[in-house]
Design a protein around this ligand. Structure first.
Ligand code: ARG
Length: 252
């Protein structure tokens, strides 16, 4: 199997997710604890983040809300392009990015990652009647990915730029594959499942998969205070079953 690397990489809709817990008591002044954290995400990625009737839903959305509760702050969602997430965290326009984001060595040069909270696998989706059976059949084919995702990075590396069709929303890639414009899509396993489930007469997921990945939250480099708090919250959610309960709601 070919190596699979990693990396990273807008419409703005903002929704306040008011934490049910207590609000931070400190008044907003220098050095005071913030009462609100801005999370950037790309809500085109069910079951991790998606919009349902104008409302943000998904595993990451619920986890972020719970982290906010634990920290006593409100979490506001900034929905932007996937490849804008890291720049937005770097610039400080968002406090953290949570978007089914894979931890990679390249991304670690730009942001700091929390403890991981999920694992994922890049999978290959093809039309039901496709002759493609695995990676070796993908050379010279048109491959769809979401711009800036690990699927994009790995496939660009393995098959060359000329094979790539990049979409800002992976669902548009599935539409293109349905109309015969592309031959395969490489995307995270749970997202593949969620989309293929809706249209199993058109698409199938291949058994062959690329390397396993870890998802984590990204914060601005050096923001140790926030990172420590997020890590404590994640550790707690992992050990007390809260994380599993959220995941189980969305992944059967
Ligand atoms: N795990 C992949 C990555 O980090 C894809 C994430 C896409 N997430 C999203 N919300 N669109 O590159």
């Amino acid at each position: 199997m070919k190596k699979f690397l990693s990396l990273t990489l807008a419409s703005i809709m903002v929704l306040g997710l008011v934490a049910c817990g207590q609000k931070a008591a400190a008044p907003a002044s220098d050095g005071a604890a913030p009462t609100k954290l801005v999370m950037c995400t790309n809500a085109e990625f069910p079951p991790y983040e998606f919009k349902d009737g104008g409302e943000f839903k998904g595993i990451d959305v619920e986890c972020a809300k719970l982290i906010g509760e634990k920290l006593g702050v409100e979490v506001e969602i900034l929905d932007i392009a996937f490849d804008s997430l890291i720049p937005t965290v770097m610039s400080g326009k968002a406090d953290f990015a949570m978007a089914g984001m894979t931890v990679t060595e390249d991304r670690k040069e730009s942001v700091d990652f929390s403890h991981t909270y999920q694992t994922a696998v890049q999978t290959i989706v093809v039309p039901v009647d496709s002759a493609i059976q695995g990676v070796e059949d993908m050379y010279g084919k048109k491959i769809g990915v979401q711009t800036g995702t690990t699927g994009d990075i790995y496939c660009s590396d393995d098959f060359g730029d000329e094979s790539m069709e990049r979409y800002s929303k992976i669902i548009d890639g599935f539409q293109a594959m349905k109309s015969g414009k592309i031959d395969a899509i490489v995307v995270d396993d749970q997202v593949a499942k969620a989309i293929v489930e809706q249209d199993s007469s058109s698409f199938k997921i291949l058994e062959t998969a690329y390397a396993e990945e870890d998802y984590a939250i990204a914060v601005k480099k050096g923001n140790k205070d926030l990172l420590d708090k997020i890590n404590t919250a994640i550790d707690e959610m992992k050990s007390n079953g809260q994380l599993k309960a959220i995941v189980d709601k969305y992944i059967k």
